[in-house]
Design a protein around this ligand. Sequence first.
Ligand SMILES: Cc1cc2nc3c(=O)[nH]c(=O)nc-3n(C[C@H](O)[C@H](O)[C@H](O)COP(=O)(O)OP(=O)(O)OC[C@H]3O[C@@H](n4cnc5c(N)ncnc54)[C@H](O)[C@@H]3O)c2cc1C
Length: 465
Amino acid sequence: MTYRRVTEADVGVLETICPGRTYFGEEIHDDFSHDEMVEYGKYAPEVVVEVLNTAEVSAIMKYAYQNDLPVTPRGSGTGLCGGAVPIHGGIILSLAKMNRILEIDEENTTVTTEPGVLLMDLAKAVADRDLLYPPDPGEKSATIGGNVMTNAGGMRAVKYGVTRDYVRGMEVVLPNGEVIEVGGKVAKNSSGYSLKDLFIGSEGTLGIITRLTLKLIPLPKRTVSLLIPFNDLEACIDAVPKIIMAKVVPTAIEFMEKEVIEAAEKYLGKHFPDKSANAYLLLTFDGNSAAEVESQMDQAAQICLDDGAVDVFISDTEERQESVWSARGAFLEAIKSSTPSMDECDVVVPRNQVARFVKYVKDLERIHQIRIRSFGHAGDGNLHVYVCKDDLSDAEWKRRLEPVMQAMYDKAGELGGQVSGEHGIGHAKTEFLRKSVGRIQLDLMKRIKLAFDPKNILNPGKVCW
Ligand SMILES: Cc1cc2nc3c(=O)[nH]c(=O)nc-3n(C[C@H](O)[C@H](O)[C@H](O)COP(=O)(O)OP(=O)(O)OC[C@H]3O[C@@H](n4cnc5c(N)ncnc54)[C@H](O)[C@@H]3O)c2cc1C
């Protein structure tokens, strides 16, 4: 597919649609050429437009469609696989300024928002009404539109599920500029194919979300976290399925290793409550009464102690919870700051295979003589593995990285896992998706893409292309 280059005449038209919010040439900030993973390359857009409403999005898409101009939708650009990066140039359509919360409906327990609302602002607005939007991805400055388009996961997925489970309805602008509504405030829906579910996780390739209706739940009254040190990493991870089998339901179960905690301490300049052990589980419980939370917490603590935990630290005040969770939230940035370059693997495996996968990664680290750091959402089998370049030459880095990445994706597949648990495919992971799903599924995905976007102008080169 070849696309037309953006001309000054195109910029003139876009400027009439988005006056004072159309940026061209040197006016474009370098940030728009990459997301959080600069290592996947920089691709400058030819023009950036900041939209304020659905009519503007529709007018831009109509013009782009008629004129064969590629368009890349963008939220906050915190993605980790190049999804919001304009690899074919053209227009970046920034939704960051469509950031109003339109309605909190307490009778239907829903919130209706524009796509550019930041996750942290949404969380606060609903908490002020004693409500909770449960999905809790690590990056709170991501937009809710970006979260939906990547089907973001996060810390609370063990108990509450992922973003997909909370999307009730949306307004979407199609690649040709037409506007549709899918779903609504309704709690259930068996009315034909679920287009809503196709849009969720489609990484801006099928349509542009301009309004969202999300399900909320009552805000739990009490939340407690447990930090549980283990001397042995395998025992640490093996405790997770045992907790689940005991019918204990933590809100979050994260695993972390000492080296990653040390990196976070250095990065944040703050001390972690304990550093004496090699591996840790971080569990959170929530509920409406102290008794309910404490009984779950005690059971989980006992399972871990029986399984080799050295101790159990309770964080029941906001400050103590902040000190452990802020370190957890800084892991990615901390690893990033420890090396000039890195690559990420965001596989998900069945929960009872996490220990095998982590052990396999340790073996790869030793065999290939390359530093690998991992942490992850142990409770839902989603691991974040970072391969670090450190002081390797560019040629040596490439030589060692490729077999390590391929081996990890192959192993995840062998264990019944998937290429991405929550970060998506973007343009950086398309090869791994292709190998993992095979020809028939990839072909189906391409045909779905073309049904929505016959000219392939919306976020081309991503996911299945
Ligand atoms: C420190 C850190 C921690 C993170 N932790 C997590 C985590 O725990 N869980 C997790 O899932 N992710 C996590 N992420 C990844 C990232 O925050 C998510 O992928 C997030 O959903 C991206 O949102 P965004 O607004 O930044 O979207 P962008 O990066 O701007 O875009 C992401 C994709 O969505 C598309 N898009 C954005 N808005 C729209 C729209 N309105 N309509 C159509 N398409 C759109 C883009 O084209 C792109 O394909 C983390 C990232 C960082 C840097």
